[in-house]
Design a protein around this ligand. Structure first.
Ligand code: ZN
Ligand code: ZN
Length: 132
C-alpha cells in the first residue's frame, strides 16, 4: 500500500453501496458530506472524526434509528456491525423515505410496552392536567 491520503475527504463522487449494491449519486447541493447510501441508508465505518477517513474498522454501519434534533434537522443513528461504534449522520434530501419511515415505525411498533396503553395514559394526563 503506497497510496497515502491524509487530506480530509468528502464524498462528492458517485459510489457503489457495499450493502445494497446500488449506485449512490453525487450529493445534492446543500449536502456536503454524503456518508451513507440514500437507498438503504447503510454507511461504512471509515471515520474517527467526521470526514477524516482514519478508522481502520471498515465495518458496515447499520441504520438503527432516527434522532430528531430539532424541527429543522433529523439524523440517522448508525451502529457499526463490526465494532459497535455508534454515530449520527444527518439525513440527506434524497434519502429513501420508505426506509426512513420504516426506521421510525420500528421504534413505535417494537416498544417494550404496549404503545396503545401508554398513549391512553398520556392522553388522560394531558386532559386532566391542563385546565384552561
Ligand atoms: Zn445501499
Ligand atoms: Zn466499526
Amino acid at each position: 500500500m503506497s497510496r497515502q491520503r491524509k487530506t480530509i475527504h468528502f464524498d462528492t463522487n458517485p459510489f457503489i453501496c457495499e450493502h445494497c449494491g446500488l449506485t449512490v449519486p453525487s450529493p445534492l447541493s446543500g449536502t456536503k458530506n454524503r456518508n451513507h447510501c440514500c437507498h438503504c441508508l447503510h454507511s461504512k465505518h471509515v471515520d474517527m472524526k467526521i470526514g477524516d477517513r482514519r478508522s481502520g474498522c471498515r465495518g458496515t454501519m447499520e441504520p438503527i434509528g432516527l434522532w430528531v434534533k430539532d424541527s429543522e434537522e433529523c439524523a440517522v443513528i448508525h451502529r457499526c456491525q463490526k465494532c459497535g461504534f455508534i454515530r449520527t449522520n444527518r439525513i440527506a434530501g434524497d434519502d429513501n423515505e420508505v426506509v426512513l419511515f420504516t426506521l421510525a415505525a420500528r421504534l413505535i411498533t417494537q416498544l417494550p410496552f404496549p404503545a396503545k396503553v401508554a398513549l391512553e395514559k398520556i392522553e388522560r394526563q394531558q386532559m386532566g392536567g391542563e385546565h384552561v
